[in-house]
Design a binder for this molecule. Structure first.
Ligand code: DQA
Length: 146
């Protein structure tokens, strides 16, 4: 089973951006946490971050027939992007939405999530551990043949 972890805009600024909301750990720390977990559990993983909506759409499209599960933190595109929702629907790969912060307790404009219309599950407010929970969920549910 191969999992793709997708991160949207400004998540490359983790550790610098709003540490009271997102913590002091960097994006590199996040990648290392995910890679070590996947190494331990023998999960094939790819991690991708982009600040550009079209690049994220391209990456989802390229996942067709090559990726078995997607963990996606679309960041600000969560609240604006029908294109990301449509890309997920197009490839029809099981997906989990992750947010580092608890978006449900933040501004009104963060209460809408377009990808949520497709994703099986949303994990928010658990920091970096939310990514691990999402990966494990997908592996437990879809990784039986490995
Ligand atoms: C975020 C929440 C979004 O509202 C915000 O735009 C982000 C990060 C999170 O991980 O908590 O960039 O997706």
């Amino acid at each position: 089973m191969k999992i793709l972890v997708l991160n949207g805009p400004n998540l490359n600024m983790l550790g610098i951006r709003e540490p009271s909301l997102y913590g002091s750990q960097t994006y590199e720390n996040l990648c290392k946490l995910i890679e070590e977990h996947c190494d331990d559990k023998n999960i094939d993983i790819e991690i991708y971050q982009s600040n550009h909506e079209g690049c994220l759409v391209d990456k989802i499209q390229q996942s067709y027939k090559t990726i078995d599960g997607i963990v996606i933190n679309p960041a600000a595109y969560t609240h604006t992007s029908v294109a990301l929702l449509d890309a997920l629907k197009a490839v029809s790969i099981p997906a989990v939405e992750v947010h580092i912060s608890d978006v449900s307790k933040r501004e009104d404009f963060r209460q809408i999530s377009f990808v949520r219309y497709y994703c099986e599950k949303t994990i928010a407010g658990k920091g970096f551990d939310g990514y691990i929970e999402a990966i494990d969920y997908l592996v437990d549910k879809y990784g039986v043949e490995q």
